[in-house]
Design a protein around this ligand. Structure first.
Ligand code: NA7
Length: 540
């Protein structure tokens, strides 16, 4: 599609693009690539100064993907798959960043990317069926399609603690390490948070810090990654089976090559159950909670896995009091399971101290550290590993206005509502990648990004072939999609935890389970929509 130039009422000439994409992470990059291949005019705006999204911002020590790298990578080009070498089973952030950078170079994507630029607003002009997109640099661009690929875990949240701003040392959020990073060698460090980020960064910082205090509000379940360097033979073997690896992954709810054991936890003897858990623990990674088919469905079954991990913590942590305080008492997996590289082992170091915030809450932060009920912790660095305003945070930072000037923020007042996780009623020609209502957060995010972007680009192509100008989600279909998501979630343990999956980590955020739980089923729904010629949408 050639770039159109038109005269505005005021007589100035302006460009109308086919699409504006926001975010140069896995989803945004692939959207740009696909649209370019279709000959579309596209611009991508990225707040950071490089591509990579999550893997650009989260460059804290110890940052590592928690699913195998061979799977957490694009599949659209077999040549790319074969060329690129993932040296470890679970890649560290620099390798992931290098991969996305390579993709941007290999497919010539950089010319269309404007870095260090945030999209601040996007408004749908109904009279012209165009999105008016404004950046923080004051630039205004018009586009037929507006593609939001800002990532479900990209808007960091900080706790509200009195005196935070008075701290004279270094304060840094794991999700903004890129810009605010800290050198902790020989320093006194406080890490707040025990989710995936806290469990990854703390053991790494503890290696060089003079003293590391880990401030824990809720004890976390964590399983070892059993990460390893892949040798040449292993890499060659995996690559020669790439198609089968992808196919196996795509058949799983998580779009990951996890072998799900369909047997129930109580269908086997106690000894057999322990053997299976041990085997999964030794193998490492998120497959631990796929040891039995009912761990996410049945609270008693879930407890068997939780008990196993609790026993492991007792075995690993030498100080019994510390082990007691590390003991999780919630459901395992209902909050995202941490995958670590020596998290519990870290507590055996002399320079590490666990601060249990349930018995010893934070009162305030002052110039020199953190004041808890039991006294003052002197610190040089405070690391906030306190998570993200998931799914909606980064989308709602943009002032998005759809039909009739309606704000997305207002439409999502009681929680995000989408159709297929891709579109929102009242917001024609807007698409979200890895957004709420899709399997984002629970499925392989790169595979999901490819699935969604392929759907979006095919949809755009189809609209043009049909000679139409707008596609918009239908309210009733969207309501039905929301009910389906809830029904799926209610059969599981997910809604029972105060996790980012339900928005409970952000004070005041309405509680909604925001993800779709079954990637293959999700793909079937998207495919059915496309095969019907988008009959489930309003296309005009
Ligand atoms: P998470 O998983 O949301 O973890 C955030 C952690 O921060 C968690 O342990 C929270 O405790 C803790 N937290 C949050 N606010 C506070 C306050 N006010 N005081 C003390 N502790 C607090 O974020 P991550 O960045 O670790 O991981 C996000 C995802 O990225 C992860 O799931 C992977 O998919 C990759 P809480 O449990 O709420 O008591």
């Amino acid at each position: 599609m050639l770039q159109k130039r038109e005269k505005t009422i005021a007589g100035d000439e302006r460009q109308t693009l086919d699409a504006v994409v926001v975010g140069a992470g896995a989803g945004g990059l692939y959207a740009l690539l696909r649209l370019k291949r279709e000959g579309r005019t596209v611009r991508l705006f990225e707040a950071g100064s490089e591509v990579g999204g999550t893997w650009y911002w989260n460059n804290y020590p110890g940052a590592r993907v928690d699913v195998p790298s061979l799977e957490y990578s694009y599949s659209f080009d077999r040549a790319l798959q074969q060329e690129w070498v993932w040296p470890e089973r679970y890649s560290a952030q620099p390798q992931l960043q290098a991969y996305f950078s390579h993709v941007a170079d290999r497919y010539g994507l950089r010319d269309q990317i404007t870095f260090e630029t945030k999209v601040v607003s996007a408004e749908f002009d109904e009279s012209r069926s165009l999105w008016k997109v404004r950046t923080d640099g004051g630039e205004v661009v018009w586009a037929r399609f507006f593609i939001v690929a800002t990532g479900p875990l990209s808007e960091p949240i900080f706790p509200k603690i009195e005196g935070m701003s008075t701290f004279k040392g270094t304060s840094v959020h794991t999700g903004r390490w890129k810009t605010d990073g800290a050198d902790v060698a020989h320093k006194r460090v406080g890490v707040i948070g025990t989710g995936s980020s806290g469990a990854q960064i703390a053991p790494e910082l503890a290696k060089t810090a003079r003293k590391l205090h880990l401030l824990q509000r809720t004890p976390a379940y964590s399983v070892p990654s059993q990460n390893k360097v892949l040798d040449a033979q292993e890499i060659a073997h995996l690559k020669s089976n790439y198609d089968a690896i992808r196919e196996h992954a795509r058949a799983n709810r998580s779009a990951l090559g996890i072998d799900v054991n369909d047997v129930g936890a109580f269908e086997v003897s106690e000894d057999e159950r322990q053997r299976i858990f041990e085997e999964r623990w030794q193998y490492g990674g998120l497959g631990f909670t796929a040891a039995f088919g009912d761990l996410y469905l049945d609270v008693d079954a879930n407890k068997t896995a939780a008990d196993f991990v609790r026993q492991k913590i007792r075995e690993i942590v030498e100080d019994a009091d510390v082990a007691d305080r590390l003991m999780p008492d919630t459901l395992i997996g209902a909050k995202r399971l941490c995958v670590d590289n020596g998290y519990f082992q870290m507590f055996n170091r002399d320079n590490v101290e666990l601060v249990d915030l349930r018995e010893n809450p934070v009162l305030e932060i002052d110039e020199t550290g953190i004041v808890t009920a039991q006294g003052h912790i002197d610190l040089d660095v405070i690391v906030y590993a306190t998570g993200f305003d998931a799914f909606t945070g980064s989308i709602l930072k943009i002032d998005i206005r759809g039909r009739g000037g309606k704000e997305l923020k207002a439409v999502w007042d009681s929680g995000p509502r989408t159709y297929l996780g891709l579109c929102v009623a009242g917001f024609p020609n807007m698409f979200i990648v890895n957004g709420p209502g899709s399997p984002a957060g629970l499925a392989n995010m790169v595979t999901l990004a490819e699935t969604e972007v392929d759907w979006i680009v095919d949809c755009i192509q189809s609209i043009d072939r049909q000679g139409k100008s707008e596609i918009e989600a239908i309210q009733e279909k969207q309501d039905c999609w929301g009910r389906t998501l809830n029904e799926m979630a209610e059969q599981t343990i997910y809604p029972l935890a105060n996790s980012w999956y339900v928005g409970a980590n952000v004070p005041g955020k309405p509680r909604n389970f925001m993800s779709h739980l079954d990637y293959p089923e999700y793909v079937r729904s998207c495919r059915a929509s496309a095969e019907s010629g988008y009959a489930d949408f309003r296309v005009e």
